[in-house]
Design a protein around this ligand. Structure first.
Ligand code: ADP
Ligand code: MG
Length: 495
């Protein structure tokens, strides 16, 4: 019955249950998901292609970037010629500046300012992660196999797709050459174009209204501008606080190489007006971690040291999991750190927030705990702890403003600690927290020392003994115990 003159009849498709269909679908679905982006069909708009991470392509990428740079420069030269021609001898001239491709600050190599972006998490001494991808010459499975050979078709497609970059991006023409762009090069160029466009938009926006940065001096403004220009920040929104020693700005994070930057950050700009800093000398001058460097520094560098000190202290605190801002970047006297708050609204200071009695009590115990952690785990005394430097955010107390914090061996550390305790004790007692103990009890609980109630003079005696002890140990032992300070004016790599 099955005989047919045209050969055997194809067997009827096997009927199967819904669950089977489903699970088969699930299987293919899973398979699809496992291999990164879908196979190349047509021109998948803006999404990026899988990266074929073969090492040869890095030089291709370099070449491509150099060519693009060359092209941009030529474009700018041409623009300049056209501008000249257009303006001729006319008294009123028109500038084509806005159409330039190569951005002015990138062009200028202003000597010492051109320190590379300091990635606070990158440790140059640690070996790079080994590459795990085997070089087997093909990827994928079954009909989705992609062989090296496909790179040719793929490369040509990529070249063609370059024309789909934004209209204002000039990619040149291949002059009939059979150009093949690898996926990696294509992706990088595409990303480059996107960030260039964003940057270009920002630059031109900047000219029209530069508002927030008016609160700082031109040097600082330039540094801030550079952060935006380099894409580390998306934009700088406005000033959160202007204090005697610092100005704090809210900004939107962009990206650092291989490191995400939080969406919302603050820039703490340490003020370069020196007078106020003079009376803070004693916080830093006697901090042995900085003692050698302090004496040799000019005033501007002293300001940078403050920023650096805050960075080191914050890093230590994060390590101990104390709620505090996370350091993003240090650039001279500007410290970029995560924003405590949400949607541009900074968390309120403890002095300004209205808490119920339960929350107030919780806050007190938290502050007590954090003070102990700070002293015992981080080996630090805040030295300016009060309801002004604690923020209330997500039901927790966050510590900020630690540029003046010192180690307990600092000649005045215990006085500073006592003052901190007094502020905390007084504040919480005033707010009706009956559990808030006296300054002496708090001091003893935090330091693990045991000074008798009412005998504040005890503290100076202790400090004196401390100092003698430190001197007996000799200065030679210091470097070993302060590795975390790192090389001069470099941010932490590991701490
Ligand atoms: P100052 O030395 O000028 O007191 P602070 O570090 O205390 O500097 O910052 C001043 C103010 O800026 C703070 O009281 C706080 O309101 C705000 N601020 C500082 N850092 C942050 C941050 N990371 N997130 C949110 N607000 C902050
Ligand atoms: Mg403060």
């Amino acid at each position: 019955f099955n005989y047919s003159p045209w050969g055997p009849v194809a067997p009827e498709p096997r009927s199967c249950s819904l669950t089977e269909v489903m699970s088969e679908q699930l299987a293919t679905q899973l398979e699809e998901e496992n291999k990164a982006p879908p196979p190349l069909t047509g021109y998948p708009s803006a999404d990026l292609l899988p990266s074929d991470d073969s090492s040869e392509t890095t030089s291709d990428l370099m070449l491509a970037k150099m060519l693009q740079m060359q092209f941009d420069r030529e474009f700018d030269d041409q623009l300049l010629r056209e501008e000249k021609k257009f303006n001729g001898d006319s008294k009123v001239s028109i500038s084509f500046e806005n159409y330039r491709m190569v951005h002015p600050y990138e062009d200028s190599d202003s000597s010492e300012d051109e320190v590379d972006w300091q990635d606070t998490r990158h440790d140059p001494y640690r070996a790079e992660k080994p590459q795990t991808t085997p070089r087997k010459g093909f990827t994928g499975k079954g009909k989705n196999i992609t062989t090296k050979h496909d790179a040719v078709t793929c490369g040509r497609k990529n070249t063609a797709r370059m024309d789909n970059f934004a209209p204002e991006v000039h990619v040149g023409d291949g002059m009939g050459m059979d150009l093949k762009l690898s996926n990696q090069v294509f992706n990088s160029l595409k990303q480059h174009c996107n960030s260039e466009q964003r940057r270009s938009a920002r630059l031109h926006e900047k000219k029209e209204h530069s508002t927030a940065e008016q609160a700082v001096d031109p040097r600082t403004r330039l540094l801030m501008y550079k952060m935006v220009n380099a894409g580390v920040l998306e934009n700088i929104n406005g000033c959160i606080s202007t204090g005697k020693e610092s100005v704090v700005f809210h900004a939107n994070g962009g990206s650092l190489e291989e490191q995400p930057v939080p969406d919302e950050v603050v820039l703490k700009v340490f003020k370069t007006t020196l007078n106020e800093f003079k009376n803070r000398d004693r916080y830093i001058k006697d901090d042995y971690r900085f003692i050698d460097r302090f004496s040799k520094l000019n005033p501007r560098k002293v300001i940078r040291l403050w920023a650096e000190k805050e960075m080191h202290n914050l890093t230590r605190m994060r390590k101990a999991e104390i709620p505090c801002p996370e350091v993003v970047l240090l650039k001279k006297h500007i410290l970029v750190m995560s924003f405590i708050g949400k949607d541009h609204v900074p968390a309120p200071k403890l002095k300004d927030v209205l808490l119920g009695s339960e929350d107030m009590k919780t806050a007190f115990y938290q502050v007590l705990h954090v003070m102990q952690q700070l002293y015992q785990e981080c080996n630090l005394v805040h030295a300016d702890l009060s309801e002004y430097n604690m923020l209330w955010h997500e039901g927790k107390v966050w510590l900020i403003d630690v540029s003046q914090s010192v180690e307990p061996t600092h000649p005045h550390a215990l006085e500073f600690l006592f003052r901190d305790c007094r502020n905390v004790s007084t504040f919480f007692q005033k707010r009706g927290v009956s559990e808030a103990m006296s300054v002496y009890e708090l001091f003893n609980l935090v330091s693990g020392l045991n000074i008798p109630v009412g005998e504040e003079e005890e503290i100076e005696a202790l400090e004196k003994r401390n100092e003698d002890h430190v001197q007996r140990r000799g200065k030679k032992t210091f470097p070993a115990s302060c590795e975390d300070v790192g090389p001069p004016l470099q941010p932490d790599s590991d701490d």
